[in-house]
Write a protein that binds this ligand. Sequence first.
Ligand code: TLP
Length: 346
Amino acid sequence: MPLIDLRSDTVTKPTPAMRRAMAEAEVGDDVYGEDPTVNRLQERAAEIFEKEAALFVPTGSMGNQTAVKVHTKPGQEVIIEERGHIYNFEMATMSAFSGCIARPVKSPDGSGILTWDEIKGAIHHVTSYYVTPTGLIALENSHNLAGGSVLTRERTEDICARAHEMKLPVHLDGARIFNAAVALNDSVANLARPVDSVMFCLSKGLGAPVGSMLLGTKAFIDEARVIRKMLGGGMRQAGVLAAAGLVALEESPKGLPEDHANAKLLAEGLAGLPGVKIDPEKVVTNIVIFDVAETRLPVDAICAQLRERGVLMSGFGSSIRAVTHYDVTRADIETALREVRSVLAN
Ligand code: TLP
């Protein structure tokens, strides 16, 4: 029985076009800056995002943590929404590597999307030498653990303009910024224009097997390249990976509306099930998070039973996450819904 794997959009297998590009990739030693395919990917990403420069990194986590390191000094705080990936899923690297702590901030409406007022309330002005100074503001678009919610260009512009007045840099974790751009009918360049640095993943909704990009000014990327090497991310003939990334960058964004439609279909179906809490109106990208506390069934037990029926989803607290991607079809979503309904009925 083929599995319907909705645990994450990281599980996609490379397309035939990606595999061909990988097999035929022209390569060189990227630590010497001599891999033509990596260079082409970096130039193309910078062009699409309208940023001065880009750096190919093995993972989104390395891209984010490299940015934190470049923007901050040890002893500073990073303001972040309390469910942000950089804070919750990156192994406290900001403390271990950059010597910073997180200042988590709650988004009062639960959307995961902060306003300037909430951020402002968390900033420590350097009014005296003994307060922990704010070093960075980290945003996330789309917001993974808040169910793929999106940050508009206007909100990003507002936050960045005010942060910059206070001389604070802003980093955007845009692991799924292409999904956000589709949902907002805007461009990734517009969504990322006001931020000082942005990371996006080739290996999530875009479906490449490996890789993320970090973008910013040329001076920022020159520093980031040194930090990437420090972290062991200086890859050699990385063009074999960048080649798949280039295909992902050019070909995959056009498939995202279908992933979003599939997520909406799943959310609408789930909303009708007894004990399931989800507002399908709020599902605007490819992430569906539904609360099952009222079913009185343990999340792990639900996920285990779904697995036996060939459907994989991930448990997070009292919620379950399902993420759509190009390896799942509308028919797969209908099957998954049938299986959830039947597990909850038992
Ligand atoms: N997210 C993964 C897990 O770590 C939760 C997933 O399955 O969604 N930023 C965001 C917003 C992410 O969702 C992720 C990965 C990353 C950064 C890190 O990317 P990688 O896994 O490439 O280090």
